[in-house]
Design a binder for this molecule. Structure first.
Ligand SMILES: Nc1nc2c(ncn2[C@@H]2O[C@H](COP(=O)(O)OP(=O)(O)OP(=O)(O)O)[C@@H](O)[C@H]2O)c(=O)[nH]1
Ligand SMILES: [Mg+2]
Length: 269
């Protein structure tokens, strides 16, 4: 899909205050600093559209961006940033969860995961919550430019294996870098297909692609093997406390290689 126009519309402090729209909407979520705002800028080709920062916790509101005058991108605050006060964390958590549960035009939630790290408890718990609430989502691995092709492949495969301990099937998976723009075409094509789905929950329109239903796999179709409590009890899963180490102010090894191969992994639709 070609992006001819993208503009910021409004920031809202709660889902009740979010704009009354009747267009498809795609939200981006993940831990603070994972690269949500950067990905939105990369996808739209507008560098300063969503505010980014090397300091975690930059996005504090629900931000709506109108793309091609026909669909919305929503930038959400990150979850689990350990440096926030308890009250602030709870407020953001409620804002995010209310948005996800009470925004019917939200067609798909993109859950961003930093490709450099092992599966984090906070992300796995969040995805289990999405499944419980039948929220359609996809996983977007970010910052692949920061690791080698081999490491990227290994990390993504390990992540998928971990997910398959919880899920019968994997959700759609995308491998991205906001730096070198990999994954952009795949994500935009996916959104283009989902845009063909009717918003009222009725059958897909005739022109929609046959793959849509497969790609837009709802968590209800992905039987969980474990309860959220069991997942919580998992050992060896670091939680939100890794934030400081994860912070991009700390320089990471930057290895840029041709990673075309990564986007051709067998489980990438
Ligand atoms: N090398 C590299 N850096 C990235 C990439 N994506 C994001 N970053 C950097 O990571 C930091 C955080 O990016 P943001 O896009 O602000 O992250 P965010 O998830 O929106 O963060 P919050 O709004 O705080 O939740 C910034 O310093 C970005 O430049 C990427 O694909 N590659
Ligand atoms: Mg942000």
């Amino acid at each position: 899909m070609k992006i001819s126009d993208a503009k910021f519309v409004i920031s809202s402090a709660s889902v009740e205050k979010a704009p009354d729209t009747h267009l498809h909407e795609y939200a981006f979520i993940g831990r603070s600093n994972v690269g949500k705002s950067s990905l939105i800028n990369m996808l739209t080709g507008r560098k300063g559209l969503a505010m980014t920062s090397a300091k975690p916790g930059k996005t504090m509101l629900i931000n709506h961006f109108l793309v091609n005058n026909s669909w919305y991108i929503v930038d959400l605050p990150g979850y689990g940033y350990a440096q926030r006060s308890k009250k602030e964390l709870e407020k953001i958590d409620k804002m995010i969860r209310d948005y996800i549960l009470y925004r019917p035009q939200m067609t798909n939630l993109f859950v961003l995961v930093d490709s450099r790290h092992k599966p984090q408890k906070i992300d796995l718990e969040f995805m289990a919550w999405l499944a419980e609430n039948e929220v359609p989502f996809s996983i977007v691995f970010t910052k692949l430019d920061k690791i080698s092709k081999t490491e990227g492949k290994r990390n993504v495969e390990a992540y998928c294996e971990k997910l398959l301990e919880q899920w019968e099937e994997l959700p759609p998976i995308f491998l991205t870098s906001s730096e070198d723009k990999r994954g952009r075409d795949e994500l935009l094509d996916y959104i283009e297909e989902l845009n063909k789905l009717p918003l009222d929950g009725s059958e897909p329109s005739e022109e929609s692609d046959v793959n849509i239903e497969k790609n837009n796999l709802k968590p209800e179709d992905m039987e969980t093997k474990k309860t959220p409590e069991e997942i919580k009890a998992e050992e060896n899963l670091p939680g939100a406390e890794i934030d400081a180490a994860d912070d991009d102010r700390a320089t990471a090894q930057e290895v840029k290689e041709d990673t075309k191969e990564l986007n051709n992994l067998p489980y990438v639709d």
